[in-house]
Ligand binder design. Structure first.
Ligand code: ATP
Ligand code: MG
Length: 568
């Protein structure tokens, strides 16, 4: 491609509304342009990079026996009503009606559509296992679209679905997919970790998120550097502490006046106690009625863990009205003493003595609170969010944390959708069984953005070879100089004929501008054709990753480049 013919509208300035580096660089490199919030056009350079990711994904999906399909983006409400998600999905689902007033949505994901297809087409055990995938535009009306195509409203996803006869088959499909994902992200040149994620009511350890390590990531990865355990923050389990020896005496329960002191900081400051001597009492509404969750003042409750412990469908922090009804006091003074709802406490509170809690009365706290003397805990369990240095659930060593970008997610669904949509098959004995499913997503655009987060420097993008929009950029210093121009075009034609993807900067621009753009676009190899080196029959080759420069004979450049890429 000749730069003069290409639509690569580079920008000199950092766009003001782009917060993270990948967003800034994709705008500056002329890869994307915003049409509306969270909705982007992909320009030719981005298209080429996305295409590279899609090719890698296709190769790896096909390698594990996946078959590509294209499912409709427009989906009728009926199948979503069957799965129960028409109500549950909430505002992220973009709904609309057609001219006959029928309800539709734009697909945010395709479990319903694929399950509908398979329930109609697959009848017998002979047709299973089956893995289908597609690479397609999804729409999610995200509450906070941001970071460019990292969290967009319209974005390209690879979604795959596996269909098996039984649990063992589904687990095998899951394992294959895990390996395929590992290969995909390795081939994309990413530094990533697969971490355990919550499986909710499905249970088991069959949900992994593939996280690209990056400080700008919205997610937190918790991992143990000794045993390799890794999970997202929502899921990360903490080893229960050893029961402390109770050599302190139980002091007399006291009620103290704490006017206007509601937060942990206010109460601990006012009473002169450290936060770990205080119990935070949180009231939740659930489909099983209100419950209380207790954690130490220096800890945070983990709603996902509490929800799983209760095995409930719905759990959310109670509103002010419910808090008042349950505790008899305004928010900020809840405590376990005298509370008539089920109380669950975090493991770290086991054996803690003489604690401070809310008094269930305005402007009042209790001191020297002890269980079981003053209140009853239904169950101690791991219900708090992990912190750096907490003990690993597997080996007890200290947990570490890093930020990450979720680029892929694999999930064993079990029979969740096959049950609600009635997708069954007949086994060898003619007995009807539910098909056991798995679903597997990769954000294609997010993978590109994550790659740029990991691979850039102060001058621009440093594309991994496998994702680069072009392999080589040829830069003649002065395009109007016939000698330079001729050599540049000769190399361009020669490399092109050998299948190397080449961009020739034939613009009549100052060299400074061309060099700046070359660094910005991040093409792995730059061949500079200049007067001085050409006088010695050489051109300059610069490697974008290492910054190293070498002079190569014009005659040998084809072989040189070929050798370089065969080692990549
Ligand atoms: P997140 O927690 O980031 O919202 P999710 O759990 O909603 O992600 P999935 O439903 O598992 O995501 O979707 C599969 C993949 O699609 C994700 O791993 C991610 O790479 C990508 N993805 C999800 N939402 C977006 C988005 N708004 N923009 C771009 N990519 C997305
Ligand atoms: Mg989401």
């Amino acid at each position: 491609m000749l730069f003069s013919n290409a639509l690569i509208p580079t920008l000199k300035e950092i766009p003001a509304d782009a917060e993270i580096v990948s967003h800034q660089l994709m705008l500056r490199a002329g890869m994307i342009r915003k049409l509306a919030t969270g909705i982007y056009s992909y320009l030719p350079l981005a298209q080429r990079v996305l295409q590279k990711v899609k090719t890698i994904i296709r190769e790896e999906m096909n390698r594990i026996g996946g078959q590509e399909v294209t499912l409709p983006a427009v989906q009728p409400s009926e199948i979503w009503e069957e799965s129960g998600r028409w109500e549950l999905y909430g505002k992220e689902l973009l709904r609309f009606t057609d001219r006959h007033n029928r309800n539709f949505c734009l697909g945010p994901t395709h479990e319903e559509v694929i399950t509908d297809l398979v329930r109609r087409e697959v009848k017998s055990y002979r047709e299973l296992p089956l893995t289908l995938y597609q690479i397609q535009t999804k729409f999610r009306d995200e509450i906070r679209p941001r970071f460019g195509i990292m969290r967009a409203r319209e974005f390209v996803m690879k979604d795959a679905y596996s269909f098996d006869r039984d649990e063992a088959g589904a687990e095998e499909s899951y394992r294959k997919m895990y390996q395929a994902y590992t290969r995909i992200f390795e081939r994309c040149g990413l530094e990533f970790r697969a971490v355990e994620a919550d499986t909710g009511s499905i249970g088991g350890s069959f949900s992994h998120e593939f996280m690209v390590l990056a400080d700008s990531g919205e997610d937190v990865i918790v991992y143990c550097s000794s045993c390799g355990y890794g999970a997202n923050l929502e899921k990360a389990e903490i080893k229960p502490p050893d029961a402390p020896s109770r050599n302190e005496t139980l002091k007399k329960l006291e009620r103290v006046s704490t006017p206007g002191k509601k937060t942990i900081e206010e109460v601990t400051g006012f009473l002169g106690v450290p936060p770990h001597d205080l119990i935070k009492t949180l009231i939740f509404e659930t489909d099983q009625g209100p419950v209380a969750g207790l954690v130490r003042g220096d800890h945070e409750i983990n709603e996902v863990k509490l929800k799983n412990l209760l095995n409930c469908e719905y759990l959310a922090l109670a509103d002010d009205g419910t808090v008042e009804k349950v505790t008899g006091s305004p928010r900020g003074f809840a405590g376990p003493v005298g509370l008539r709802i089920p109380i669950y406490a975090d493991n770290s509170l086991r054996g803690c003595l003489n604690m401070v809690t809310g008094g269930n009365e305005q402007d009042t706290h209790c001191k020297n609170v002890n269980t079981p003397r003053d209140y009853t805990v239904i169950r101690f369990a791991d219900i708090r969010t992990a912190l750096e240095d907490d003990p690993c659930v597997r080996c007890g060593n200290q947990l570490r944390m890093r930020r990450g970008i979720e680029v892929g997610h694999i999930f064993k669904l079990g029979i969740k959708y096959s049950k609600s949509l009635h997708a069954t098959y007949l086994d060898r004995d003619g007995k009807e069984n539910f098909i056991v499913m798995g679903c597997y997503g990769i954000g294609v655009g997010r993978t590109v953005a994550a790659a740029i987060e990991q691979h850039h420097d102060k001058d621009g993008i440093v594309f991994p070879h496998t994702l680069a929009p072009y392999h080589v950029l040829i830069l003649p210093i002065e395009i109007n100089d016939d000698d330079l121009r001729n050599v540049a075009f000769r190399i361009y034609n020669q490399l092109g004929a050998e299948g190397v993807e080449v961009l020739l900067d034939d613009r009549d621009e100052r060299p400074g501008i061309k060099f700046k753009d070359a660094d910005l676009l991040g093409i792995p190899l730059r061949i500079t054709v200049g007067r001085r080196t050409l006088a010695q029959g050489k051109v300059e080759v610069k490697y974008r990753t290492s910054g190293t420069v070498e002079l190569v004979d014009c005659e040998k450049i084809g072989t040189h480049i070929k050798n370089h890429f065969s080692n990549c």
